[in-house]
Design a protein around this ligand. Structure first.
Ligand SMILES: [Zn+2]
Length: 368
């Protein structure tokens, strides 16, 4: 699946509406920047304690975006403290917009502080093709839209996830995408593989494991002396080392992808570390830790530069399922060895998982 964002132009609004949206945008940006400051101070935010005259769903979008910006900053994906500019688009989530066909033409309706209004849009082929999928009844197909302005014109950016099948049917066979799976893990930081015929590359976790153990034991030896400052400095040094390493690794992974015709990356979903692990110590040793999260963000950023779509794959049982026959059993895998109990297929466990991830793309349908 690939997400394609389409810009729909709204028919020129009245002066009153134009001014009202400008006000709304100004308030939204103030709200965003205020949320960032408060999050950096460690405050917990809900739509109730954010005092801006906006709909609570729009406040929630502001909180979500501010959280993302702050976490990118903390994970060192972004280099500086985020500041949202005056022309930042307003986010409106899927429950607060839809399309409607009235009197022979398409309208887009969305909710702001002025209430819900349906507005005529400039009709294009795209509008005629996709607007029927975005009406009130088709809630599953709608994502979060952005209301944005270029001078006096207003647009709405609508994201649509398109399955490979739909994407491919409009292109000829020679430009079919090459699915590439990336499996992340501790033994191998990353295993990347093409589905067929199966060029692959391994990235060992030894170096990272060694460095992290080294820093951990350094910290431990200092811990007894309560040298808090020294520990913090080691922490910073370790973070910088990992950040550099991840940036380089993401570069190597994308270079691998670029040897193929129209690559598309499938990578396993990582859960938010805060939700899965209680302590940072525990989180440090799992693949849901910040180094993996950061690596994935770098991969996405670099992929975007080369127009390579990246899809999250539910990693559920990819490591226990046989790539050859599809048989799924915990006992298929023993440490780094994969041996299918049903068909006898033998493979490195991490490669088997990466291949399953690469194949996951094949059967999806239009969904937002
Ligand atoms: Zn099998």
């Amino acid at each position: 699946m690939a997400t394609i964002t389409y810009l729909v132009k709204l028919k020129k609004p009245s002066k009153r509406k134009h001014k009202a949206w400008l006000r709304e945008q100004k308030t939204f940006v103030h709200c965003l920047n205020d949320c960032v400051t408060r999050l950096l101070n460690g405050e917990k935010l809900t739509s109730k304690n954010v005092p801006f005259p906006l709909k609570s769903t729009i406040k929630n979008e502001a909180i979500r975006r501010a959280k993302k910006a702050v976490s990118d900053y903390k994970m060192e994906v972004a280099k500086s403290i985020p500041v949202f500019k005056a022309n930042t688009p307003i986010s409106i989530n899927n429950q607060n917009w839809d399309t409607q066909f009235k009197k022979g033409r398409w309208y887009l309706g969305f909710t702001t502080s002025m209430g819900k209004k349906y507005l005529p849009v400039l009709e294009t082929d795209w509008v005629n093709t996709y607007f029927p999928y975005l009406t009130k009844l088709n809630r599953n197909f709608r994502g979060t839209i952005q209301l944005l302005r270029r001078r006096r014109n207003w647009y709405v950016a609508i994201p649509i996830e398109i399955s490979c099948d739909i994407g491919q049917s409009s292109q000829n066979k020679e430009t079919q995408r090459t699915p590439i799976g990336i499996d992340l893990g501790l033994r191998h930081i990353a295993v990347i593989t093409e589905l067929e015929p199966g060029k692959r590359q391994w990235f060992s976790g030894k170096e990272v494991g060694y460095i992290r153990r080294h820093f951990r034991s350094l910290r431990r030896s200092l811990g007894k002396k309560k040298a808090q400052r020294a520990i913090e400095q080691i922490g910073n040094k370790e973070r910088r080392w990992i950040t550099d390493y991840n940036r380089k690794l993401a570069h190597d992974l994308i270079t691998f992808c670029l040897q193929f015709n129209q690559p598309m990356i499938q990578i396993e979903q990582l859960e938010n570390i805060r939700n899965t692990c209680k302590t940072t110590k525990q989180a440090d040793r799992t693949i849901h830790s910040w180094p993996f999260y950061q690596l994935k963000m770098f991969i996405k950023q670099k992929a975007a530069k080369h127009n390579i779509p990246v899809t999250d794959i539910d990693p559920y049982k990819t490591s226990q399922t046989c790539f050859h026959c599809g048989y799924e059993d915990k006992r298929n895998r023993y440490k780094s060895k994969f041996h299918c109990k049903q068909c006898g297929y033998v493979c490195h466990a991490d490669l088997n998982a990466a291949k399953n991830i690469a194949r996951s793309a094949r059967s999806t349908s239009l969904a937002v």
